[in-house]
Design a protein around this ligand. Structure first.
Ligand SMILES: *Cc1c(COP(=O)(O)O)cnc(C)c1O
Length: 404
């Protein structure tokens, strides 16, 4: 053999060894390809926006192939996705998502609220569906880039923001019942207005215990698409009865899990004059909301921190005792009868804080106290504090992160 032949042979062996040893590629923000749209859409007037109806000019897309790993990330003009009809997403529905918001900060930079918590939850959902894992810090870098590119879509009105929808679907092109070896990760953006555009209007709930949203050992603690479709029919029934959303009940003791797609809180007046703020514990049937975690963290600090005190004036010096404990329907009804129940509210990224006005249960309504401007002292305090942090008006614990 000539020396070049030997060398060729050696390099072939080396290449083979390398390809065997090369780990599958993870998401790499440095290799991002940006294809800007040549036809920018016209942005609808903020007042006409309906949640989720309009998406921005661009999207982020990354594919996973079991032979090579995660593809080069691409930010490209918003477009349809074409998939093989045998793909697992259409049959066994491996799909998960996140919901985040970008707010326009005082300096004009888009701000994200505690996005690392969304990334952590997305990783948990990914593992639960046996979809390929990825570097969530890398995804967050790419999400920030996408938000900056479509920044002109963030309405510069208070209460408005850009809703961010990271999504992961299984795309294994086979009818075999198995974890999806292939996946597609994409992120789309939609401008969104306040949940209550014309002032807070307490919502009505129907306490549902025939159908359940989640159950022990189920998937209620993960943000999976399969958790939502089964809720549409009971939701439609409740609408027919004249209620806006469902209060989800579980178990023989009829304890409350969540409200619609929000975490549930009640406020109870204590004998010492302070307030207990109670939410059900994360027992596996409850979605661990970022807003829920933030309300719990803020509740005990509102008085000790001078930066936050001014948002808590409505509490008139009453302290909040944050408690994670089970709330049964019978406890709720007796707290309402005794007059100890001060407020109930839902908490989520989409609504931030949604006050509750009445709860239909066993052919009767549990009525909650009516508060000025639709929002009780505790719900109002959390709403004002959260919005101030999210819109960058107060800097708190690095919760608000700017997109560069
Ligand atoms: C997303 C969601 C929430 C709220 O979570 P956040 O992180 O606060 O937006 C609560 N419950 C359900 C069922 C959800 O899907």
């Amino acid at each position: 053999m000539s020396s070049t032949a030997v060398q060729n042979c050696r390099s072939a062996v080396k290449a083979q060894q390398e390809s065997r040893e090369t780990p599958l590629r993870d998401i790499d923000p440095d290799s991002l390809v940006i294809q800007l749209s040549g036809h920018l859409k016209s942005i609808p007037l903020p007042e006409t926006l309906r949640f989720g109806d309009v998406c921005t000019d661009h999207m982020l897309e990354i594919d996973y192939d079991p032979a090579t790993g995660w593809s080069v990330p691409v930010i490209k003009p918003y477009a349809s996705i074409s998939l093989d009809p045998a793909c697992s997403i259409f049959h066994y529905t491996p799909a998960l998502f996140e919901g985040m918001k970008a707010y326009l900060g005082p300096s004009g930079k888009p701000l994200l609220f505690r996005p690392e918590l969304n990334m952590k939850r997305m990783a948990a959902s990914t593992a639960r569906l046996a979809l390929p894992a990825f570097n969530t810090a890398a995804l967050l870098i790419l999400i920030k880039k996408l938000v900056v590119i479509d920044k002109r879509w963030i309405p510069s009105l208070p209460g408005y923001s850009l809703y961010i929808r990271p999504t992961l679907i299984g795309t294994r092109p086979s009818l075999g019942v198995a974890p999806s070896s292939h996946a597609k990760l994409f992120v789309i953006l939609s401008p969104t207005g306040p949940y209550f555009p014309s002032g807070f209007k307490p919502i009505s709930l129907y306490a549902e215990y025939d159908a359940v949203r989640s159950w022990p050992g189920g998937t209620g603690a993960y943000k999976l698409g399969i958790n939502y479709t089964p809720c549409f029919q009971p939701q439609a029934e409740a609408s027919k009865r004249g209620y806006q959303q469902l209060l989800w009940i579980l178990g023989e003791d009829r304890h409350i899990t969540e409200v619609g797609q929000m975490n549930f809180f009640i406020v109870v007046e204590r004998s010492d004059g302070d307030f207990d703020v109670v939410t059900p514990p994360l027992d596996g049937t409850i979605l661990p909301g970022v807003t829920r975690a933030s309300v719990i963290a803020l509740g005990s600090l509102l008085f000790s921190d001078p930066a936050l005190q001014r948002y808590a004036l409505a509490l008139k010096g009453k302290r909040l005792r944050m408690r994670e404990e089970s709330i049964t329907m019978s406890r709720l009804r007796s707290l309402s009868k005794s007059g100890e129940l001060v407020e109930a509210f839902g908490a989520s990224t989409a609504a931030i804080i949604a006050p509750i006005g009445r709860i239909g249960y066993e052919e009767a309504d549990i009525l909650l106290p009516v508060h000025e401007e639709g929002l009780g002292p505790v719900a109002g305090t959390f709403y004002r504090t959260l919005i101030a942090i999210q819109e960058g008006k107060v800097d708190w614990e690095g919760w608000s992160v700017s997109c560069e």
